[in-house]
Design a binder for this molecule. Structure first.
Ligand code: NDP
Length: 247
């Protein structure tokens, strides 16, 4: 069923929890070789060991996506180890929501660094290989918040709108090189994402909402698998999904 996933070398950022971890598990089960990136070494090494014990091929590379050299080293390591990079999933992200008037400027910087610059550094690291290979697939994770705004989401939404814009630019520029692009915009999914919201009132409202309507991380992983598994001549350019119960 998933013949076009088997044997692909897939680099996943933010693989230490939530959507990235679930995606690594599913793609590995479907026969992909997965390269797991995040800052928490214990998490990604444990996951790589687990996937290998099940007969998969997995490599953990401790990476901070806000560091351009580390992102380059991650992709270089994937290619040095496995000979190619077929898919890059720029999934790492943070969402410390807050109203602008509370001036959480350090958190604005962090969101821009991880959610936008991290994605750009991933693109910068992978494109030279993909152009040379004349094949590749870059999947960038946006959000429903990349389509609309809600309480405290101004800066987070700005970063996720940016992800959509740069992904579409990438799609247009990559047509001569046979490089596919996919934007995935999830609605509420139950992960650790809300744990880092520092404003207590915003955190509580958001946690209550996600506890009520959120879907499991495997939902996202299935969307990734669908986009990767399509024939190479088909680019699944954007997937937007929400829990049925989400407004
Ligand atoms: P989690 O908090 O569970 O996962 C976030 C991941 O990002 C972790 O693996 C974390 O790893 C990684 N990360 C954060 N900062 C960095 C960094 N500087 N360098 C490398 N890795 C980093 O949340 P989700 O799985 O929910 O989030 C994944 C993506 O999905 C994000 O882009 C998020 O914006 C998006 N999203 C999530 C939705 C949801 O409802 N859950 C909805 C819409 C979009 P570590 O801390 O180990 O570095």
């Amino acid at each position: 069923m998933s013949e076009n996933i088997k044997g692909k070398v897939v680099v996943i950022t933010g693989a230490s929890s939530g959507l990235g971890e679930a995606t690594a598990r599913l793609l590995s089960a479907e026969g992909a070789t997965v390269v797991l990136a995040a800052r928490r070494a214990d998490r990604i090494k444990g996951l790589a060991d687990e996937l290998e014990a099940r007969g998969g091929k997995a490599l953990a590379v401790v990476t901070d996506v806000t560091d351009r050299q580390q992102m380059k080293a991650l992709v270089d390591k994937a290619v040095a180890t496995y000979g190619q990079i077929d898919v890059l999933i720029n999934n790492a992200g943070v969402m410390p929501l807050s109203p602008l008037e509370r001036l959480k400027v350090d958190e604005w910087d962090q969101m821009i660094d991880v959610n936008v610059k991290g994605v750009l550094y991933g693109i910068a690291a992978a494109l030279p290989y993909m152009k040379e290979q004349k094949s590749g697939h870059i999947i960038n994770v946006s959000s429903v918040a990349g389509h609309k705004l809600f309480g405290g989401s101004a800066v987070y939404s700005a970063t996720k709108f940016a992800v959509r814009a740069l992904s579409e630019g990438l799609r247009q520029e990559m047509t001569p090189y046979n490089v596919r692009t996919t934007i995935i915009s999830p609605g509420a999914v139950k992960t650790e994402l809300l744990e880092h919201i520092s404003e207590q009132d915003v955190q509580k409202t958001t946690q209550d909402h996600v506890a009520q309507v959120g879907v499991p991380a495997e939902t996202f992983a299935r969307m990734v698998a669908f986009a990767v598994n399509e024939p190479e001549e088909v680019g699944v350019n954007e997937i937007l999904f929400r829990p049925t119960a989400q407004e």
